[in-house]
Design a protein around this ligand. Structure first.
Ligand SMILES: [Zn+2]
Length: 302
């Protein structure tokens, strides 16, 4: 590896940082050798955290001459890799400044923040560090190609992508729902309750069940018995189980697939046909006013 921090001197956004890293290291291996990369970029050492309650940290000075990255030793390797990439993001982003004590301390919750922060500087830094980590570990030009393989969205494909990039299924899933052509949502549950869900809001409608509530009895998760670690078949369900369906309107088919994990966790992948969805959108588009169309275009350019 030949890259050094001088090569990134012009980059001020997560996207630009990642582009510049790959410009200087076009042959960077997958999975990205994140620790080696950190050491090339003035991180002196990567060591376990000793403060309880945090997932990661960065010790540095206001001038960010160099830094030390901290990670939670108890976390699985894939999550540690994301944490280290996230802390590298704080280190490289010129607008991210450490606390008066010369550090960043990040909780697991911070590692999942994907939006917001316009009015909250700390939240904005977390969102940006996550965008950096996600794109660095799953570089979009390569990730996009892997995501497009296969006829239908499938949890088995998501699992093999997560293995290839050495990231958690949840981190891979957040990127998967953005890059897969069909509308896809990924729901993380524990003991039958919805913890988190990921979807591209422009492609997949809102889920009707809020976080913290039980998954519907009619969902595949609860309709059938599932085997630990084995993805279920893809099953068609009534779209009304998960999304709002207007009365009198025939909803596009909705597919469900379940992967039961340890400790009561389960992933549920929801998907719709790309075609069916496009018809839906055309209907909707026809009903929009010019101002709504403009707003929609602007928000999709984000
Ligand atoms: Zn952070």
């Amino acid at each position: 590896m030949k890259i050094s921090r001088i090569d990134l001197a012009d980059a001020a956004s997560p996207e630009r940082l990642v582009i510049d890293i790959f410009k200087h290291e076009p042959d960077l291996a997958i999975p990205v050798p994140i620790e080696e990369l950190c050491l090339r970029l003035d991180i002196l050492e990567i060591v376990p955290l000793t403060t309880a309650g945090y997932e990661g940290g960065l010790l540095t000075t206001a001038d960010k001459f160099n830094g030390t990255i901290l990670y939670n030793e108890a976390s699985p390797r894939q999550r540690r890799r994301f944490t280290i990439a996230h802390e590298l993001g704080h280190f490289l982003m010129p607008s991210h400044l450490p606390s008066a004590e010369g550090r960043f301390l990040c909780r697991l919750k911070d590692m999942m923040e994907l939006k917001g922060g316009e009015a909250d500087r700390r939240l904005r830094m977390e969102v940006e560090a996550n965008r950096f980590a996600s794109q660095l570990l799953m570089p979009p030009p390569r990730f996009r190609v892997d995501v497009a393989i296969g006829k239908d969205p499938d949890i088995r494909q998501l699992s093999s992508i997560a293995t290839k990039y050495d990231v958690s299924k949840e981190a891979a899933g957040r990127a998967y729902v953005r890059f897969r052509e069909e509308p896809v949502a990924l729901v993380v549950t524990q003991n039958g309750k919805i913890l988190r869900d990921y979807r591209d809001p422009l492609k997949f409608p809102n889920l009707t069940a809020p976080r913290g509530t039980l998954v519907s009895d009619h969902s595949l998760l609860r309709r059938r018995k599932h085997e630990l670690g084995a993805a279920s078949d893809i099953d068609e369900t009534d779209a009304g189980v998960w999304t709002h369906v207007e009365r009198g309107r025939k909803p596009a088919p909705l597919y469900e697939q379940v992967l039961l994990q340890r400790d009561g966790f389960a992933l549920i992948m929801l998907s719709r046909d790309a075609e069916a969805d496009r018809d839906d959108e055309e209907d909707e588009e026809a009903e929009l006013t010019a101002a709504q169309r403009l707003r929609r275009r602007l928000s999709s350019d984000r």
